[in-house]
Design a protein around this ligand. Structure first.
Ligand SMILES: [Zn+2]
Length: 417
């Protein structure tokens, strides 16, 4: 394949993924507008007219914004590919004599340019959209502090990571992809271990959950299902946003349960326990470990594919690079593979939805009733102004969780132990 044919093939796949995404977003937007007039039957008695109208307005605003963001982001990427901007950026770092440092600087530079492009979108989303719907709790100062901290942290982490990766590519010969895989996977495990104790506290405060009936019920549940944890923490999520959540973090001795304070204030005790039982379900049913294995295997596959492609000169010429180099190979691979992996997203989404159904069933059998979890999910959907009527194709393609109606229907059909 010549460089030109390679470029055209990329543009065709890119155009296809762009069009499919635009079509799905458009269908979803129209579906919500068509259903805006009346609350769907299943939610009639549990969602007020005002809440429903607000959720429709929020979904429409966010979908329109998403379409514009997708369009502008794609235009920038196309400009880089078609106007030779990748090569222009290469000439900026060509004075650095060490090839490893030149590579690190180039990738950091490209990463920086793309994060700068993202700034106006982040600002608009936080201070216009989230603000209008009453979710934003951030001041501009906090946004800026977060941004600077995030940048410094990602530099501190990516520079040694990139340096190591480029070193393995350079020094370990044909099997570099295997060495690089173990290096990156090791780095990831280290980060997962350190994240709850050293990284997350840079952005939020974590307080142990207060003693009381909630804590007792949570420990009783953890005991019953045989779940060990290094602690239950409450995070000051309300410092930034009104959206609520709960999650697990870390592993081994650092494994923690984290509740957003916003979640604790909007749910009743039995609902919080049911949400936690669902999260424990993910852990006990090996979902988190399975997902980790899948992501590691895809990384291994990616590195192996890259090792096959990178010796091929037209690959660099096609995307406007000045010549063959390890860092260019990494950059090309990371953006050129994304329209291809886009078409795999329904596969990953459906896999994740299967896990959600399983965790719901686990929660119901652990708490011994099927009222608390559905009512918790309903409250969270109402408070987060979730889309009550997504287009089925859109949710099939993108939703990592089944829709609220699907989940409630599934839970109602489970016999209570
Ligand atoms: Zn889940």
């Amino acid at each position: 394949m010549t460089a030109e044919q390679l470029l055209y093939s990329y543009l065709i796949v890119f155009g296809l993924s762009f069009s499919v995404e635009a079509l799905l977003s458009f269908l979803n937007l129209r579906h919500v507008q068509e259903n805006a007039g009346a609350i769907p039957g299943v939610f009639e008695h549990v969602v007020s007219e005002e809440e429903y109208e607000k959720s429709v307005a929020y979904t429409i605003t966010k979908s329109r914004f998403g379409i514009i963001q997708h369009f502008i982001g794609s235009l920038f990427l196309l400009a880089f590919v078609l106007l030779g901007w990748f090569g222009v950026a290469e000439s900026w770092v060509s004075g650095i004599s060490s090839p490893l440092w030149r590579g690190v600087s180039y990738i950091v530079l490209i990463g920086l340019i793309f994060s700068l492009i993202g700034i106006p979108f982040s600002l608009y989303s936080t201070f216009v959209i989230e603000e209008r719907f009453g979710f934003n709790k951030m001041t501009f100062k906090l946004w800026l502090v977060d941004f600077v901290k995030g940048m410094v942290l990602s530099l501190l982490l990516t520079v040694p990571l990139l340096y190591g990766l480029l070193w393995f590519m350079e020094a370990t010969g044909t099997y570099w992809w295997l060495y690089a895989f173990f290096f990156i996977a090791g780095f990831q495990f280290l980060l997962m271990y350190l994240y709850p104790v050293f990284i997350a506290p840079l952005f939020n405060k974590f307080e142990p959950l207060e003693d009381g009936s909630l804590k007792e019920r949570i420990y009783a549940l953890a005991d019953k299902v045989g779940f060990n944890t290094a602690g239950i923490f409450v995070m000051d999520g309300s410092k930034r946003s009104g959206h609520g959540n709960a999650y697990f973090t870390g592993f081994g001795k650092n494994k923690r349960i984290v509740f957003f304070d916003t979640l604790l204030s909007s749910l009743k005790e039995n609902e919080i326990v049911a949400v936690l039982a669902h999260e424990i379900g993910h852990e006990k049913l090996w979902h988190i470990k399975k997902m980790l294995v899948i992501s590691l295997l895809s990384m291994l596959l990616g590195f192996w594919l890259l090792s096959l492609l990178m010796s091929y000169e037209p690959f660099y010429e096609a995307f406007g690079f000045l010549g063959k180099s390890n860092y260019a190979a990494l950059v090309i691979f990371s953006f050129a593979s994304s329209p291809i992996t886009y078409f795999l997203s329904p596969l990953f989404s459906s896999f994740s939805r299967k896990h959600e159904y399983e965790a719901d069933a686990f929660a119901i059998s652990s708490v011994g009733e099927n009222d608390s979890l559905p009512s918790a999910l309903l409250t969270l959907s109402r408070e987060n102004l979730s889309n009550f009527t997504p287009h089925p194709w859109y949710s099939f393609f993108h939703y990592s969780h089944p829709t609220l109606k699907e989940r409630i229907d599934a839970m109602n059909s489970i016999p209570v132990p």
